[in-house]
Design a protein around this ligand. Sequence first.
Ligand code: ATP
Ligand code: ZN
Length: 232
Amino acid sequence: MLKIAIQKSGRLYEDSVKLLKECGIQLNNGHKQLKTTAENFPLEVYFLRDDDIPQYVYDGVADIGIVGENVLLEKAKDIDLVFRLGFGKCRLSIAVPKSMPYQTVADLDGLKIATSYCSILKKYLHDKGITAEIHEISGSVEIAPGIGLADAICDLVSSGSTLFTNGLKEVEVILRSEAVLTANKDLSEDNTALLEKLLLRINSVKTAKNNKYIMLNAPNIQLQNIFHCYRA
Ligand code: ATP
Ligand code: ZN
């Protein structure tokens, strides 16, 4: 049986469950349980905090998992990125108070930056040759400058409205992220086969989304014209 870890609740929960459903996999019960078994596919589903998923996949407690690429990179576990799923899109960005004059990344030099993504930020600043103090906080990062905890933040952004309401402006995009399917590097032969079967279904779901199924009545004589029309 293949074991998959998905987020218990939060931004990726609904789309993860929806994806499994679209793959024709029926889950017995909701995420109130820690785990559930699919009815018609040899799949066990674990509902976990997204931050824990890379570790569980690495340890083999779960064979595969759905998690944001941002979390995958931050945790830096030696596991495979198998498929980009196309939902949970966001970017990891640096933001500063609106009133702060900002021209280039060099303006971050000497600042104190609050984030939950220390590892990614540290690498980014190092690559850019910036020396800044990184202050790790686990949530509500966007209020840090307002309460004097930091000069800037590095956090996930999608619409930018949270930044705006906290008087911040996005100045650098570090990473563009989306939900990904990740897998343990040492899957058994049986589980590799199951993963391939699941991937085939995920691919079909994705392809189906880019196509339209059209039914129409038409005279035989017009078939060629219609065909050319739709190809165009
Ligand atoms: P958990 O309780 O599982 O730890 P969380 O609060 O860390 O949840 P969520 O806010 O539910 O996480 O976000 C989960 C993932 O959704 C993020 O890691 C990211 O990949 C994606 N995401 C998409 N848009 C956003 C956004 N605007 N803000 C935060 N995360 C986003
Ligand atoms: Zn989390």
